[in-house]
Structures are given as structure tokens and as C-alpha cells.
Design a protein around this ligand. Structure first.
Ligand code: RIB
Ligand code: CA
Length: 313
């Protein structure tokens, strides 16, 4: 049995976040120490509620869920109900949560957990705006040398933005938080739109989820079918990019992905390009590489991995 990898999932569910969380909870090589909710796709009161509903769908009411920051560090919150629906988890009809929300603030949980675990043990899986993680770094920079890796979904370089022409949603919502994370010095691995736009749902792939024949597969088919309609209309393509599970898939099967270690800076001044991830892909500056910026995926292998994992429930 390979050694389990200890992770904290920071998230703004979100249908694609839900698939990522379910995939992690299905994997016996991942030890989910806790789930920290952040405001993003929908307000915090819904992202923390959705996080608990997803855990209970997985039969994991034992997982500790924490509420974190309800707004970005400096900017007003921007949400995405047009993509995810009013609840953020539209699609299946899931029961309201019965499990409790933890009373500790998510930022304190992140700090305490990283300090409490052995050095280099904890991986942060960031699936939404980086507000919680940036707040933890700002409050206690000693955690930086103790983090094994930060794996985040966010940004775009060869792909245009999905919330402005220049910016991807997670980075755009809190560009100041993103700037802190990309400059923090801990190992950062990025799953940008350059990767996720190559990981598209399709009727066959959604049917494969439904054909699993368990409640999780049925819910995931409904989640992805709901999530897909917005991008199909917006981009005129056959399916929707299944963004966030790329973060978990990378931990489970890194060979599905390829990219390059480059410098990434975040635009935090110009409103025109606010939240842009300026990746020095061709190393035309002397800026030090600070991120493994992924730009390709074996999408067939990716969906096969997700389907295999979700069938384990
Ligand atoms: O741009 C895609 C990202 O924004 C995903 O994490 C999605 O869940 C939303 O948070
Ligand atoms: Ca998300």
C-alpha cells in the first residue's frame, strides 16, 4: 500500500469542486485532514453548506469542514451563480447537511494543521479563490517551510480568461491572495485553463458516470450535466471543462499532466488585466521560476481515473 498523502482541500463548491472532493474521498492513498470552505462560486454560507453535503453524499460525515473567509482580501466578492446555479450545487437534489460545521475558523485550522503535522507532510489542494491560504500565510509565514506542495486550479496563459478576457475566475476573484501564494516560496503546481480546457465533459463521459450505478455516480452525472450547459452555450463546444478534479488527479496520477517550471506573476493593478497570471513561458525575463505551470493532460486517462474512483463508493 503506497503511503497516504495528507491533504487539506480548500474549496468553493461548485459542481466541479464536488467531483474533486468525491474523487479525493474515494482514494485510500489520500488522507483528507479537513475541508476549508471559501467564498467564490457562491457565498461562504453556501460553499461551507455544500462542502458538508458532498461529504455526506460520500458517506463521510466524519470529515471536518471549516468555514473560512467570506470575501477577498481587498476586493468585493464576485460570484458565479450563472454557472453553478443559485445553490452552487444545482443538478442533483441532495439532502441538506446533518453533519456539523466545525467552530474553528478555516484559516486557524490551516495554520494549526500545518504546524501540527511533520514538516513536508501536508499538501494544500486549492480549488477556489486563494483567500484562506493567503490569509494563513500572512498570519504565520513559518508554515511556508512546512508545506509539502500547493496544488491549485487557477489562471490561464495560452487560454483566454473565463471571467474577463485576461483572467480566470479563481485568480480574478482574489488577485491579491493569488499574488501572496505565487510569491510565497512553497512548491506551487498550477492547473490553469490551459489544462482544464482540454478536459471536457461529453455525453459519453457523463453517461459513464451515470452507469457507475451508485448514488455518487448518479449525483456526479447530474452535477456535470448541469455544469456543462453554461460552457457549451458560452464556448459553443461539445462539453464543459471539468476544472477542479485536475488537482486531485495530479496527486493520484501525475503522469496524466505535463507542464513547465516558469515564473508566474499576478496582475493586481490594472482593472483591464486584473487577476491575469503572467507566465514567463519562454523565459524572456530573469524572473525566478516559482510554479510548475501545467499545459497538457491525457483527458481520456483523466476521465477514466475519475470514473474508476467514483465507482469505489
Ligand atoms: O475558473 C474555474 C474555477 O472557478 C473552478 O474552480 C470553478 O469551481 C470556479 O471556482
Ligand atoms: Ca472551484
Amino acid at each position: 500500500m503506497p503511503r497516504t498523502r495528507k491533504i487539506i482541500i480548500d474549496t468553493d463548491p461548485g459542481q466541479d469542486d464536488a467531483v474533486a472532493i468525491l474523487t479525493a474521498l474515494a482514494s485510500d492513498t489520500l488522507d483528507v485532514l479537513g475541508i476549508t470552505a471559501v467564498a467564490g462560486n457562491v457565498p461562504l454560507a453556501l460553499t461551507e453548506r455544500n462542502s458538508r453535503m458532498i461529504c455526506e453524499l460520500a458517506g463521510r460525515a466524519d470529515i471536518r469542514v471549516f468555514a473560512g473567509c467570506d470575501r477577498p482580501l481587498r476586493r468585493q466578492l464576485v460570484t458565479a451563480e450563472e454557472v453553478h446555479g443559485r445553490t452552487g450545487l444545482d443538478g442533483p437534489d441532495l439532502p441538506p447537511p446533518g453533519m456539523p460545521l466545525q467552530s474553528q475558523h478555516a484559516v486557524d485550522f490551516i495554520i494549526d494543521t500545518i504546524r501540527g503535522e511533520a514538516e513536508g507532510e501536508v499538501t494544500i489542494c486549492a480549488l477556489g479563490p486563494l483567500t484562506n491560504l493567503a490569509a494563513a500565510i500572512e498570519r504565520d509565514r513559518t508554515i511556508l517551510s512546512r508545506i509539502r506542495e500547493i496544488v491549485l486550479m487557477g489562471g490561464a496563459y495560452f487560454e483566454a480568461g473565463n471571467v474577463t478576457p485576461a483572467a480566470e475566475f479563481n485568480i480574478y476573484v482574489d488577485p491579491h491572495a493569488a499574488a501572496i501564494v505565487f510569491a510565497c516560496g512553497a512548491p506551487v503546481t498550477v492547473m490553469p485553463l490551459d489544462v482544464t480546457h482540454k478536459a471536457l465533459t461529453s455525453p459519453e463521459r457523463i453517461e459513464a458516470f451515470r452507469s457507475i450505478g451508485n448514488p455518487v455516480g448518479d449525483a456526479v452525472a447530474k452535477l456535470t450535466a448541469f455544469f456543462e450547459r453554461f460552457d457549451v452555450e458560452k464556448y459553443g463546444i461539445g462539453g464543459a471543462p471539468l476544472h477542479d478534479p485536475c488537482v486531485i488527479a495530479y496527486l493520484l496520477q501525475p503522469e496524466l499532466f505535463s507542464g513547465r517550471s516558469v515564473n508566474v506573476e499576478i496582475e493586481t493593478s490594472s482593472e483591464l488585466t486584473m487577476g491575469m497570471t503572467v507566465a514567463d513561458w519562454w523565459r524572456v525575463t530573469d524572473r525566478k521560476p516559482n510554479a510548475m505551470f501545467m499545459n497538457d493532460i491525457d483527458d481520456t486517462g483523466y476521465f477514466s481515473l475519475l470514473t474508476r474512483k467514483l465507482a469505489l463508493f
